[in-house]
Design a protein around this ligand. Structure first.
Ligand SMILES: [Mn+2]
Length: 232
């Protein structure tokens, strides 16, 4: 049976990704590998993660760190001193890696499953239409929301500064998704390591902080089963 394997934020942790693929018994002939964004930065081997993902024909959605790397690589923004993506920028195969990453979308649909890095705006009736075709090099409110949101109001207003906690008038963005009476699709996302695993009806949050010494999480959709590895 064809399986969809969804994996949370890898953040340059190639060894942990390899270990998780082993534990998932990943079969390149039959399985579809989906990475929920932020493949790069923080961890030690961003280039290795990109090479592996490209070789395995992983389907990714872009995260905020992926977008930043693309903008740095294209000279649109200067690197930050604490970024750990120099290995990609200095790689002999840099052009292939950047081109492959830059071709990844911000949202993917697999049947009744939607994948996005951070979250979806409460007003977006058809997120896949709003987010498809966005250029990662051009900042737009929609792009920014999809790759960075954690909490918002029912109108999609966000706190001036996000602490990672759910505070004040703001709620987790996915609560508004859950309240959609007619909605039958499930959303899978990453980006919220502080919040950790989210396992609710029609919502799966899979960033469990591998880069911070936590776990790397995989969800086998067809079995509705969680598989995790501890950070090495
Ligand atoms: Mn992120």
């Amino acid at each position: 049976m064809k399986r969809h394997l969804l994996i949370g934020d890898v953040h340059g942790c190639r060894e942990d990704l390899e270990q998780l693929l082993e534990r998932l018994r990943y079969d390149p002939a039959g399985d579809v590998l989906v990475l929920l964004g932020d493949l790069v930065n923080r961890g030690p081997d961003s280039a290795g993660v990109l090479r592996l993902a490209r070789r395995l024909d992983a389907r990714c959605v872009l995260g905020n760190h992926d977008v930043r790397l693309l903008r740095v690589a294209h000279g649109r923004t200067p690197p930050r001193s604490y970024d750990t993506t120099d290995d990609v920028l200095a790689a002999a195969d840099r052009e292939e890696l950047i081109e492959w990453l830059g071709a990844q979308p911000f949202v993917r649909e697999f049947g009744s499953l939607l994948c996005v890095h951070a979250g979806l705006h409460p007003h977006w009736e058809h997120p896949e239409a709003i987010l498809s075709g966005l250029n990662p090099l051009e900042e737009t409110p929609e792009l920014s929301f999809a790759v960075t949101v954690r909490t918002c109001t029912a109108q999609g207003e966000r706190p001036a500064r996000e602490s990672g906690l759910i505070e004040g008038p703001y709620r987790a963005w996915y609560e508004f998704w859950r309240e959609r009476a007619q909605e039958t699709r499930t959303v899978a996302f990453g980006h919220w390591a502080v919040h950790g695993l989210v396992w609710l009806p029609r919502v799966r949050g899979l960033d469990t902080g591998c880069a911070w010494g936590g776990k790397l999480s995989g969800w086998i959709v067809e079995e509705d089963r969680l598989v995790q590895v501890d950070k090495r």
